[in-house]
Design a binder for this molecule. Structure first.
Ligand SMILES: Cc1ncc(COP(=O)(O)O)c(C=O)c1O
Ligand SMILES: N[C@@H](CCCC[NH3+])C(=O)O
Length: 444
């Protein structure tokens, strides 16, 4: 049985309803595959973070990690919910600026920001550039000097925490492409370097230990490790960090066995850890910043597909193919991620069989779900995959020249298109046919 999240329920027609909208009607109106996002649920998650911090630790900022799902409408929503915004590329920064997101609430991350991206951020006057390594530190200082300005930075530090999650989405260990390790002295060297550079103003430290984390102890350990580093830096250099960014990573429910922790508990846990450590080291309590992504939008999104071919291999397996796949959701192929699904047009029917959901790409590995219990499935049924709001649209590709799906926000029985379905014209719009290959009318 697929878990029904937020506003999801079965309606009198026996269809799945989300945000007051009939999922089968949405599929007919906007086509499939279709990403459907429950706007009220997204806002409720934003408010859970913002309000918990307001209660427990007002000197704080909740920053939405836009890599998870970046569109103009989503940036606007984050702004309306009084959040900051984390961007990791020129493209995400451009999206935020086009959405009118206040630049001073933008944090710019990344382990290899290019010079043009850094210049774009300097010129836009983003609030903080989170410097990841010594190369970037020097490059940024030069670029800021060329622009005759000083930029506000944080240093990304690797606290050496091994969060219990998939290897590919761990980020806080020493052996990581991200950040400056505390353990080998690189982090401290970066503090000294930053303090010595004229065009950099350092405000504090950042860490991010990984994603899809259920064990809040990992955060306690990270907060302790970071506060101990704040102390070390203050003793060694006299610099006292005023800002501590503990990243994102709170896990969500995808399938049975996932045990997400309430946002309020996450907030209480890190507030306690930072407060205790500040007392122990006799340091002022820094501003706490967190950067949730998945836990803001993940459970609020579903993907609707239309069932096409059904292939039964007697005694082996039944493949049910849908009109999307790894192009709109690469997570099963990349991380063996698991999802729950149901038939949106038969939401109350009982399950009678075990099937596997295949995508339409030319890859045997293009499987969305292995071995799921479903009712009788027929071509034309609308399959709904739950909890696809995070890292689906943002990681979608054009492999096989498939079109990236449309995205709708639903609320109060209304659906607003926030991303149009890609078009074949858009897919070839950047293709160039060299003169010597032209036979056809020169339309490229
Ligand atoms: C620096 C940074 N901040 C925030 C996030 C958001 O993480 P999550 O979506 O798990 O909350 C990530 C991604 O893992 C990240 O790399
Ligand atoms: N894309 C990953 C998470 C990456 C985390 C980025 N720092 C996922 O879907 O789980």
């Amino acid at each position: 049985m697929m878990k029904l999240y937020g506003s999801m329920k079965s309606n009198p027609a026996g269809h799945l309803e989300i945000g007051g909208c009939d999922a089968v009607t949405l599929a007919a109106e906007f086509g499939t595959p279709l990403y459907v996002m429950d706007e009220e649920q997204i806002r409720a998650n934003c408010r859970a973070y913002v309000h918990s911090f307001a209660r427990h630790y007002p000197n704080s900022e909740v920053v939405y990690a836009s890599k998870v799902f970046s569109t103009v409408a989503m940036c606007r929503l984050a702004e309306e919910e009084n959040m900051g915004l984390d961007v990791v590329s020129g493209g995400e920064l451009y999206t935020a600026l086009q959405a009118g997101f206040p630049a001073d609430r933008i944090y710019f991350h990344g382990n290899n920001k290019t010079a043009p991206e850094l210049l774009m951020a300097i010129d836009a006057k983003v609030g903080r550039i989170v410097v990841d390594n010594l190369h970037e530190l020097e490059l940024l200082n030069e670029l800021a000097a060329a622009r005759k300005t000083a930029v506000s930075i944080m240093l990304r530090v690797s606290p050496g925490i091994d969060a219990h999650t998939h290897h590919y989405i761990k980020t806080g260990m020493i052996d990581s492409k991200f950040g400056l390790a505390i353990a080998n002295g690189q982090a401290l060297a970066a503090v000294r370097a930053a303090l010595a550079r004229e065009n950099l103003a350092v405000h504090g430290f950042h860490c991010h230990i990984g994603s899809q984390i259920f064990d809040l102890k990992s955060y306690t350990e990270a907060a302790e490790s970071m506060m101990s580093f704040v102390r070390e830096a203050s003793v060694q250099t006299g610099f006292i960090a005023k800002e501590l960014n503990l990243g994102g990573g709170l896990g969500i429910f995808y399938t049975e066995g996932d045990t997400p922790q309430p946002i309020e508990r996450f907030v209480q846990e890190i507030v306690k850890a930072v407060t205790v450590a500040a007392g122990r080291y006799d340091l002022p309590r820094p501003k706490i910043i967190v950067e949730p992504g998945r836990s803001i939008v993940g459970e609020a999104g579903v993907t609707l597909y239309t069932v096409g071919s059904i292939k039964e291999i007697p005694g082996v397996r039944k493949y049910v193919a849908v009109d999307g796949g790894m192009t709109d959701n690469p997570r099963p192929a990349l991380y063996q991620a698991q999802y729950e699904a149901a038939l949106a047009n038969k939401i109350n029917h009982v399950s009678v069989q075990t099937v596997s959901i295949a995508g339409k790409c030319c890859e045997s590995g293009d499987m969305l779900i292995w071995d799921i219990e479903l009712p009788v499935v027929e071509p034309g049924d609308i399959l709904v995959v739950a909890a696809t709001g995070a890292y689906n649209y943002s990681m979608a590709s054009n492999y096989n020249r498939n079109l990236r799906p449309a995205v709708v926000f639903v609320q109060n029985g209304k659906a607003d298109l926030i991303v149009r379905r890609e078009t074949y014209e858009a897919i070839i719009q950047n293709d160039v046919l060299p003169e010597r290959m032209r036979k056809l009318p020169a339309q490229y």
